[in-house]
Design a protein around this ligand. Structure first.
Ligand code: BYC
Length: 322
């Protein structure tokens, strides 16, 4: 703990006012700067959920590495999944700048007490799902994270710059798979349309509850962690994706989709928030499977952590003796 780190007692109004003036002036908050305890806790909550999402997000696509239809597709998919591991580690590092230990955060994930993105609790049933995940899920992530690259907390904002560069590649490889299948045989076209039908609504849920039901948004916007609300980002994603679907002659599964020339937005139908609530409470189609896979990976990696700890202890002893 640094001396500048805040405690609940230190959140006196004068310090909070000075902090908020820095935020209002567009300054970046850095790890050793004073910050209100609630700002720190909000960041730890959001960043740790984000890191967990990247790590759990490897699983649905990882399932298809052995079944990719060509060597070229396999290489691209391995690289994408590896990038996601990197994003997770990068964001865990960012979270540690706030004074938490990543071991503690990972334990919360393994215990089932931490959240991660709802989207990764859906199954990948066909190769087309890999294309649609790149197009929709990475596409949604880019919409969300391009804005987070302007977040008030420096380490998180900087992490997002790099992450978004890689997500752009992920989205393109996904859309290219989709375009190839959409221009393929009738069976391939049916397969990709089926994947679009299954992933569309869960992708809209990625942006979180509607603004009226989002307990954290107002505070995060005030502190410029979030720069746009959940509904604003969801609308942007829909506006970007509708023409992309038309370009590959696929149909988004929403009969209410209609262009509103006044607002220049694509109006969309109601989201099934009951489904979203079930998924984030642990009752989605693959929640249990995902956590079991993470626990197994953690247990299988125990020997690596032990060896690394022994190595680090030896290094410390050697430098102390030198
Ligand atoms: N899933 O007040 P709200 C990726 C929770 S991975 C689960 O609106 P907030 C990728 C929310 O946490 C990208 N939970 O919250 C990887 C809160 O619960 P708590 C993941 C959700 O924070 C591999 C409660 O609902 N992206 O790109 O203002 C392959 C109320 O919500 C979800 C990020 O993590 C959800 N979808 O806004 C491919 C981005 N939505 O904590 C791609 C960073 C909401 O109060 N995070 N909840 O118990 C964010 O931008 C924001 O945290 C959110 C939610 C927009 C997600």
């Amino acid at each position: 703990m640094t001396q500048t780190r805040s405690t609940p007692q230190s959140d006196d109004p004068a310090r909070v006012a000075a902090f908020e003036a820095r935020i209002a002036a567009g300054e970046s908050i850095e790890p050793k700067d004073w910050m209100p305890d609630k700002y720190r806790r909000q960041l730890i909550r959001m960043m740790s959920q984000h890191a967990h999402s990247e790590i759990v997000g490897m699983l649905p696509e990882g399932n298809w590495i052995t079944r990719a239809p060509s060597l070229r597709r396999k290489i691209a998919l391995i690289a994408k999944v590896q990038d996601e591991a990197g994003h997770g580690l990068y964001i865990y590092c960012g979270t540690e700048t706030l004074g938490v230990d990543r071991g503690e955060l990972i334990q919360q994930l393994l215990d089932g007490t931490a959240k991660y993105s709802s989207i990764f609790n859906y199954p990948t049933l066909s190769w087309a799902d890999i294309g649609v995940i790149g197009w929709f899920v990475d596409g949604a992530a880019i919409v969300n994270q391009t804005i987070l690259a302007k977040a008030s907390y420096g380490p998180y904002a900087r992490a997002m710059v790099r992450v978004c560069k890689e997500e752009n590649f992920h989205k393109r490889q996904g859309y290219e798979i989709v375009a190839t299948l959409a221009n393929g045989t009738p069976a391939q076209k049916a397969m990709v349309q089926d994947a679009v039908n299954r992933w569309w609504w869960p992708s809209l849920m990625m942006f979180g509850p509607s603004d009226t039901d989002s307990p954290n948004t107002a505070e995060l916007i005030r502190w410029k962690v979030k720069r746009k609300t959940n509904d604003e980002l969801r609308q942007r994603f829909v506006n970007l994706t509708v023409p992309q679907a038309a370009a590959v002659q696929l149909t988004l599964p929403d009969p209410s989709l209609a262009y509103d020339a006044t607002s220049e937005n694509w109006h969309f139908g109601p989201i099934d928030w009951d489904e979203f609530t079930q998924v984030i409470r642990g009752n989605g189609p693959c929640n249990r499977e995902r956590l079991e896979a993470r626990r197994k990976a953690h247990d299988d990696g125990a020997w690596v952590r032990e060896a690394a700890a022994v190595h680090a202890a030896k290094q410390r002893a050697a430098s102390a003796a030198a």
